[in-house]
Design a binder for this molecule. Structure first.
Ligand code: NAP
Length: 328
């Protein structure tokens, strides 16, 4: 192993033209990758990563950590929350996992407790009256929380061709409560606690969906709630940014992913729907640790469902309207 120019470590030579190198990035860990060497290497006075002396190959990989140090994850007892919580712990971020199922919280702590700083807190996010006390208590116990991730959600079917059987209002109201009203109450309770941490950078993070951008027929109410949450997030982010807030607003847009989300309506077949959870987790984590971490669209949500294309045009119009209205 050779130390070069003090800011990167060359791990091993792979023949004449290839190098495996790691570089420390903003105290968040180490970015390791495989590079081709161009003719300007070696030159100790320049950074080979930014000068083009190291050309990344397709086999490059991240070993970075998340930019926040302690994340409270609401909805971490299964699926996306459990998997990304595990990834956070294994890359040095502390987590407090939350959800209703105590046995799943215990399982997480016993699997990951020895790897880092892990705690759990049982909570039902639909208990709206209890949210302010829950938020205050968890910050009292963990005053160093710097990211609150509202990930909990559920999905129900809706069929207007058969309103008697296909439109179950009790189910749909629970969906509205869990996927929209609860996040609204959680944001109101947690935002002041994150603001109090200023000047420390903090974040409120949400999980919406590719279905916030394009709806599908079987679950119209779910799509509507994710679209509503997406609009709420856009306006919340802009207001906080305009006010120079220390709180960033992060939105994660998953595509269909193989989790327990579809079990309630599809039984055993539910877990076969969508992208494998491991693949999702790696891509989501790469996005969350990248420079563009405030909006992370994964898999089909990125290109097929329009996040990278027309959603950017829509958000540019939102930015123009925000500027126009600021003049009045
Ligand atoms: N999987 C997909 O295809 C997909 C696609 C796009 C977006 N999403 C979104 O991703 C998020 C995570 O879903 P998932 O796919 O990982 O599904 P999941 O495996 O069913 O996980 C859902 C999580 O939400 C929690 N939760 C649900 N109701 C809750 C409540 N009342 N109080 C507290 N926690 C509650 C569950 O915990 P308990 O049951 O223990 O309470 C569980 O931890 C959701 O917002 C979902 O809408 C998923």
């Amino acid at each position: 192993m050779a130390q070069c120019a003090g800011h990167y470590i060359m791990m091993a030579m792979n023949g004449i033209h290839m190098v495996n190198a790691c570089k420390e990035v903003e105290n968040r860990g180490v970015w390791c990758g495989e590079y081709e060497l161009s003719s300007c290497f070696p030159n100790p006075s320049i950074d080979p990563f930014t000068s083009g002396c190291f050309i990344p190959t397709t086999r490059n990989s991240f070993a970075m950590s998340f930019r926040y140090n302690k994340v409270l994850i609401l909805g971490a007892t299964s699926g996306i929350g459990y998997a990304l919580a595990s990834k956070f712990v294994s890359t040095g971020t502390s987590v407090i996992v939350s959800g209703r199922r105590q046995e799943k919280l215990d399982q997480f702590v016993s699997e990951h407790g020895s790897k880092g700083n892990v705690d759990s807190a049982q909570f039902d996010i639909t208990d709206l009256k209890a949210i302010p006390a829950f938020a205050a208590d968890i910050f009292k116990k963990h005053p160093d929380i710097d990211c609150v991730w509202i990930n909990a959600g559920l999905q129900r079917s809706l069929d207007w061709t058969d309103p008697d059987k296909g439109v179950d209002l009790a189910k749909l109201e629970l969906e509205i409560l869990t996927d929209y009203t609860s996040p609204l109450h959680l944001a109101k309770a947690f935002l002041p606690l994150l603001q109090k941490r200023a000047p420390k950078d903090t974040a409120l993070m949400y999980t919406t969906s590719g279905l916030a951008l394009v709806p599908i027929l079987p679950c119209g109410n779910y799509c509507a709630m994710k679209a509503a949450l997406h609009h709420l997030i856009l306006t919340q982010r802009q207001q906080l940014q305009d006010a120079g807030s220390n709180v960033k607003v992060i939105e994660l847009f998953p595509p269909a992913v193989q989790t327990e989300l579809h079990d309630a309506e599809h039984g055993d077949k539910g877990k076969e729907i969508g992208m494998p959870l491991n693949d999702f987790t790696e891509e989501a984590f790469a996005g969350l640790t990248s420079e563009d971490f405030e909006q992370v669209a994964v898999g089909g949500a990125k290109d097929f469902m329009g996040f990278s294309s027309w959603e950017q045009t829509r958000q540019a119009t939102f930015a123009k309207m925000t500027k126009m209205m600021a003049k009045h």
